[in-house]
Design a protein around this ligand. Structure first.
Ligand code: NAP
Length: 277
């Protein structure tokens, strides 16, 4: 078994970006909007700020009260859309229940949509048109690429069909000539599919949902799950029972979770280049 180490891949991506950013005419600008005081969001925004500072991006954190109205939030987004010094805009999820999150995501200028979650960018990805792509699935593709694992012709089984991970990943895999199967909560006999996988990606959010008896020898396993139990992080894959069967595996922590912020850094630079202002 070989560990696919997200920390190494992240460090390489950030080092390359830093070098490239030093030679730009102006600093790429990233704005992160946070609504309310969600404690996990505080941590995630902090990680984004650290990355931006490390790369030399202009970074602005707009923190808004949890009772802001939809109209007020929309007004702020429209202002940032027309701010020429800003290349990337991200609204930290989850938003309070009274806010229409889908509408907010689709209001962001699609050329500044560094989360890649707007319907326009999701559609372009489906049609294999180069665009800003969601960070976590892009991070999975980059880990595989770093370790020279080609997906072409492979049976890729993805457990989970969220707009954030499973669906965009399925498009990326398909665009790279994998044969893709997507499983979800209504899938019958999950292990029939997981056993077929050359590459198994698990993005469910349930600790240990995949066990050793559900996979075949030599499977490459990508564990996207982040489950916090008694202050400790666990993946969706039961590491102990799969470790002697897999050929490669991403650990939790230290695997896919490392990649999201690095991919955001890549998307900000991509947005900057796309806008060429
Ligand atoms: P999500 O939106 O809750 O989607 C979960 C998916 O799992 C759904 O498609 C659901 O099916 C499916 N599912 C639920 N129970 C299942 C079962 N018993 N068998 C098969 N499929 C099942 O979650 P998400 O946002 O994609 O995130 C998934 C996990 O990845 C979470 O642990 C999250 O914390 C983690 N994550 C990590 C990163 C990172 O590493 N940076 C980023 C994003 C997410 P239905 O569609 O039928 O409901």
């Amino acid at each position: 078994m070989k560990i696919l180490d997200g920390k190494i891949v992240k460090a390489q991506i950030l080092a390359k970006l830093k070098e490239e950013v030093q030679n730009l005419e102006r600093m790429p600008g990233l704005v992160v909007i946070q609504v309310g005081n969600d404690s996990a969001s505080e941590i995630y925004v902090g990680q984004k700020e650290k990355m931006a500072n490390q790369l030399g991006y202009k970074f602005k954190h707009i923190k808004l009260s949890g009772d802001i109205s939809q109209a007020e939030l929309e007004k702020i987004i429209k202002e940032i859309n027309s701010d020429q010094s800003i290349d990337g805009l991200l609204v930290q999820m989850p938003l309070p229940k009274h806010i229409d999150s889908k509408k907010i995501q689709n209001l962001i200028d699609c050329d500044k949509d560094v989360d890649g979650l707007s319907d326009v960018n999701a559609g372009k990805l489906t049609h294999n048109v180069d665009t800003l792509m969601p960070c976590t699935p892009k991070g999975i593709m980059d880990i595989l690429d770093y370790y020279s694992i080609s997906v072409e012709g492979k049976n890729v089984v993805i457990v989970g069909r969220s707009d954030l991970v499973g669906k965009p990943l399925a498009s990326m895999m398909l665009n790279n000539n994998a044969t893709v199967t997507i499983c979800h909560s209504k899938t019958k006999n999950l292990e029939l599919f997981t056993k077929m996988a050359d590459i198994l990606v698990v993005a469910v959010g349930k600790k240990g949902i995949i066990t050793g008896n559900m996979i075949s020898d030599g499977t490459i396993v990508i564990d996207v799950g982040i489950n916090r139990v008694d202050g400790k992080l666990y993946g969706d894959v039961d590491f102990e029972s799969v470790k002697d069967k897999v050929s490669f595996i991403t650990p939790v922590p230290g695997g896919v979770g490392q990649m999201t912020v690095a991919e955001l850094g890549q998307n900000v630079l991509k947005a900057y280049k796309k806008r060429k202002i």
